[in-house]
Design a protein around this ligand. Structure first.
Ligand code: PMP
Ligand code: GLN
Length: 385
């Protein structure tokens, strides 16, 4: 193939390949147990696959409505109202998306104008900043400081300016496994009151909150619900990250703008899977049981590492566990993860990848969304480090 005959002027000059791809590839090359990229190594219930086949055979294989099939939007609205108390209009306030990543990107593309400021909290999920920058927005990064990774509300107050268009939040939080409290939400509501600031609330781990804590969805807080696009993902909830289906709930004025972009970047999301998910959602036990399911895995993983030299930080939600390795090595976290993958046979994510300046707390992230057998084999290796 001849090469492109002119310099390519990158729109994202500082961006390389995502850390998830890099670490999963390294894990595969080395035959390491992959606790890096966040995905389960187990399946959804068989009935979900049967429902997909059913709807395919029944002829639901053409374009669905742009916003998603009505029965799925109804099931989503019902779930949100039951759990969090806000009633979203099925026609104008819920849209099915190709996963949370597309939902987040589309929300930013629809609402951020060139020169607008968007506040994010670092360590930050890696797709947020590029989405903002591609719209000509300015990323304003606030630090969640180790080891607690709590938001500093005085710093948020100081960062808000007349140019602040949006604040992107994520609880339960990837990668720190922290969970925001009702007080955090009250602070956010107070700071945004009487402004036009839009909140994008990434709630993909909404059903994975531990130790009896409650997920503080923006949909639980009417003032915040009125200014928020809430994003979730069936990938996390039903162990189907590769299907890439999620949704957005937002007041109609925001959703109207969201859909203007959505219709031109994906138009819509595959039909039989949407019908099957609507069927699957009919049993709320499937999402309500997720917290206990993952809490057992968290406890198993932590117990198996208790005698190791890793210092385990609290994991209050998500399927991630942060670990400090100061007692093991002084290497930077990227070098330490490479060592873990190549020499120990367990892949993890260096948390510095979630900081624009590579800030390194010497902490790594493990994903415990794995069968106990996988976790046991990984911990046996990690204990020897
Ligand atoms: N946001 C966060 C915080 C995530 O962890 C992930 C994926 N792990 C996503 C968004 C993307 O979700 P999806 O796979 O549905 O695009
Ligand atoms: N969100 C997943 C994680 O944090 C990865 C998703 C991806 O690879 N883009 O590991």
């Amino acid at each position: 193939m001849p090469s492109f005959p002119a310099p390519v002027v990158s729109r994202l000059p500082a961006v390389g390949t995502t850390i998830f791809t890099v670490m999963s590839r390294m894990a595969q090359e080395c035959g390491a147990i992959n606790l890096s990229q966040g995905y389960p190594d187990f399946n959804a219930g068989d009935v979900l696959f049967e429902r997909v086949a059913h709807w395919m055979r029944a002829g639901h294989n053409q374009y669905p409505p742009m916003a998603g099939v009505a029965v799925l939007r109804e099931a989503i609205a019902r779930k949100i109202e039951t759990l969090y108390g806000t009633a979203y209009d099925v026609d104008s306030e819920i849209t099915v998306t190709a996963g949370a990543t597309q939902a987040l990107f589309t929300a930013v593309a629809a609402l951020v104008h060139p020169g607008d400021e968007v506040i994010v909290f670092e360590p930050v999920y890696d797709s947020y900043a590029p989405a903002i920058e591609l719209q000509g927005g300015k990323v304003v990064r606030l630090r969640l400081a180790a080891p607690d990774y709590r938001p500093d509300w005085a710093a948020v107050a100081a960062a808000i300016s007349p140019r602040t268009r949006m604040i992107m939040i994520n609880s339960p939080h990837n990668p720190t496994a922290t969970v925001w409290t009702a007080d955090d939400m009250a602070q956010l509501a107070a700071l945004t009151r009487d402004t036009g600031i839009v909140v994008v609330s990434d709630e993909v781990y909404e059903h994975i909150v531990f130790d009896g804590a409650r997920h503080e969805s923006c949909a639980r807080h009417p003032e915040l619900a009125a200014r928020s696009l809430i994003v979730s993902s069936f990938g996390k909830t039903y162990h189907i990250t590769g299907w890439k289906v999620g949704y957005v709930a937002a007041p109609r004025e925001l959703m109207a703008e969201f859909r203007k972009v959505h219709q031109f970047n994906v138009f819509t999301v595959n039909t039989p899977v949407q019908y099957a998910l609507a069927d699957y959602m009919a049993d709320p036990g499937r999402h309500l049981g997720l917290a206990a399911f993952y809490q057992a895995k968290r406890d198993f993983f932590r117990a198996a590492l208790a005698a190791s030299r890793f210092e385990l930080l609290p994991s209050r939600g998500t399927y991630f566990q942060l670990a400090r390795y100061a007692a093991i090595s002084e290497r930077p976290d990227t070098a330490f993860c490479e060592y873990l993958t190549r020499e120990v046979g367990v892949a993890a994510i260096p948390v510095s990848a979630f900081f624009a300046d590579g800030h390194d707390d010497r902490v790594v992230r493990f994903c415990f969304a794995k069968n106990e057998d996988t976790l046991a084999r990984a911990c046996e290796r990690l204990q020897r480090v």
